[in-house]
Structure formats: C-alpha cells, structure tokens
Design a protein around this ligand. Structure first.
Ligand SMILES: [Mg+2]
Length: 363
C-alpha cells in the first residue's frame, strides 16, 4: 500500500502538468498526497477496524480532507458531499488506485476478490470499475504469493507469473504501443489498468516503474499509485523513498500506515522477502558453487537475510551465515535459529528464520 502512496505523491505534481521527462524530480515542495492516498488510507483504516463497510471509511476520510491537491473527480466530489452517498455506476480508475490494502490484508484469492469488489462498489459499481479493482488486487496478491511460496525467482519470472491471472481477469491486452498511450489522460479503469500492467512488464525496479508511470504524461498520480502498488510486491521500495513519502502525510495517515504495516506483518509473517534480479541469482550461484537444489535454498535464505539486514550486495553474505539459516529452516527444523547468538552478525539475524512459520521449499 505504501507503493500506492509513493506513486500518488510523486505523480501529484504532474497530474495537470504532464511531463515526458523520465529524469524528473521525484519529490519537491510542489508534491503532495492526493485523493489516491486518502482513499487508500481509508481502505486500510476500514480493515484495521475489522469493517467491510469501505464506503463509510472512504466517505469519512475524504470529508476530513475536502480539498486535496488535484481535488476530487466531479461525480466522486458529489458523492463525498452527499449525506446519503450512493454508488453511481462509475468505471473510473479510482477503484483501482485505492484497492491495494485488501491484497496485503488477505492472501486467499476468494477474500481478495470479494473485498476488492466491496472497496469498489460503494462508488464504482460498474462491472469495469469492479473488475479494475479486482485485477489490481489480484496482481498484488499473486505477486505476494510468489514470495510466500519461498521459491527464489527472478523479477521477470515474478512479473510473468504474478500478473497473468490479473491480466486474464481484466480481459484487455497489455501489449500496448507507447505512442497510443503516451500523453493520453484517461481516467477510466479500461484506459489505466492495462497501461499499469504494461509499465510493470517493462520496469526494472520500483523507482523505474514509478518514473515510467509518471513520465508517460497520462493520469500521473493515479497511474503512479496503481503501478506503485504492484511494483512494491516485486521490488523492494528504497528506504529513503518510504521515509520521504511519509513526510508528506499528516500524522493520522502515518499512524494508519504504521498500524497497517504491523497488522500485515502479524497476520502473514512473510513480508520480508525479496525477489532478486536474474543477474543477482546467477552471481550468487556462481559464488556458492553448490548443486542446483541447495543453490536455490541458499539463494532464498540469502535473499531474505539480504533484505532484512540491508546489505547492499548479497554476494558478501558469508557462507557460514547462510548455512545455519538453511539448517534451522529446513522442513524438519523447528524454525529457531540455533546459531542466533553465535556471532555479532548472526545476532542481527535471530528473527530471520521465523519469518515463515511453515516454510515451503522447492519439491
Ligand atoms: Mg489523485
């Protein structure tokens, strides 16, 4: 969900002042959060309160921020003002930009699809509005599931497996021509969701995905939010971007983001995974010189440690650190790192093996 907020804030400046400059300034004094962040926070807040009445929370949060940067779309603005808000058959991209929290809170497909529909249908109850929200949620859910399976794969493979069901669900081609989508402000789900998938398919990192989305010259903040919400499940968000984006939010929104992160962590215990690039996997395999199966297991553990400790280069992880973690995480292991206090570095990894209570390994 933080990926959506970052995409929104980065894109906010360019919503009505489009740019095609890929090297634009990501954060400046002209950026702000917009309706995309407010609605995303509202959905997360509803989940934190155990509520499925997303309309109530979105309505309430939008009323607290009646004049965000960029304002609210015409019909949505009327809905916010109304004391008796009713869905108005929208097929706009607003349903797709706010849905991400449901795919973090739930991992089973049934609930992700059901709740995605509920986040949409309070306003966007047109089939395309609902389908757009479900497709984005499904992409996030499926990419996250790839992490949870514990199989270390490259980003390209993650994209291929993670997006295929979502693309099929929405039923539109994502094989797009840049000249057909560049500089076209399209606020519909149909004109935005396939573009978001198309951008993810070309991207090489979280920042790259955000830059591509915003510099397309389209609906910059909303496309940024949708792309960011998917991108964060494939690549890690750089820490500095997280900190910077949070600094744009009022304290009560930051509280929701923090509480939601804790909620997700305590409910899934598997948010520390990283999908590595094919080059990184290859380099690690060469360094360790192990057979294929243990290579994959080692790589998987290294990826997790790498993310956890924040080492900039996973190849520097010493083998003696990797082996204990593989040992205690193997199917017969008890999940407790018995080497946890054996060295200064290992102490920092004591919680590493407990990310997955039931690690699933390659067959
Ligand atoms: Mg917006």
């Amino acid at each position: 969900m933080l990926g959506a907020i970052i995409g929104d804030i980065v894109g906010s400046r360019w919503e009505f002042n489009p740019t095609n400059d890929y090297n634009f300034e990501l954060f400046s004094s002209k950026n702000s959060f917009t309706d995309d962040t407010i609605c995303t926070v509202a959905v997360a807040d509803a989940i934190l309160h155990g509520s499925e009445d997303f309309g109530k929370y979105i309505h309430s949060w939008c009323r607290r921020y009646p004049h965000p940067m960029g304002g609210y779309g015409g019909r949505f603005a009327q809905w916010v003002k109304s004391d008796h808000p009713e869905p108005y058959g929208s097929w706009g991209n607003g349903s797709a930009m706010r849905v991400s929290p449901v795919a973090w809170a739930y991992s089973d497909r049934y609930n992700v699809m059901r709740l995605a529909e509920l986040t949409a249908s309070c306003t966007h109850n047109h089939p395309l509005g609902i389908s757009g929200a479900q497709a984005v949620a499904l992409a996030i859910r499926d990419c996250r599931q790839l992490h949870r399976t514990g199989i270390c794969i490259g980003a390209d493979e993650a994209k291929r497996h993670g997006l295929q069901e979502a693309i099929r669900h929405f039923g539109r081609s994502v094989d797009l021509k840049e000249e057909r989508v560049q500089n076209r402000f399209d606020e519909t789900c149909e004109g935005t969701v396939p573009v978001a998938f198309w951008i993810i398919n070309q991207s090489r990192s979280f920042e790259d995905a955000i830059r591509r989305a915003v510099s397309l010259g389209a609906d910059a903040d909303t496309l940024g939010a949708i792309v960011g919400s998917i991108a964060e499940t494939i690549w890690a968000i750089p820490e500095w971007m997280k900190k910077k984006a949070l600094s744009y939010l009022p304290e009560e929104m930051r509280d929701v983001v923090r509480a939601f992160r804790t909620y997700v962590h305590s409910h899934t215990k598997s948010s520390g995974w990283v999908i590595m690039s094919d080059e990184e996997i290859e380099a690690l395999g060469n360094d360790f010189g192990v057979d294929e199966m243990s290579k994959k297991r080692n790589l998987m553990t290294v990826a997790r440690i790498w993310h956890d400790v924040g080492w900039s280069d996973a190849r520097t992880v010493p083998e003696e650190i990797v082996d204990p973690c593989v040992t205690c995480c193997h199917p017969g292991g008890n999940g407790v790192c018995r080497f946890g206090s054996s060295s200064r570095k290992a102490r920092r990894l004591t919680h590493c093996p407990t990310y997955l209570p039931e690690p699933k390994w390659l067959p």
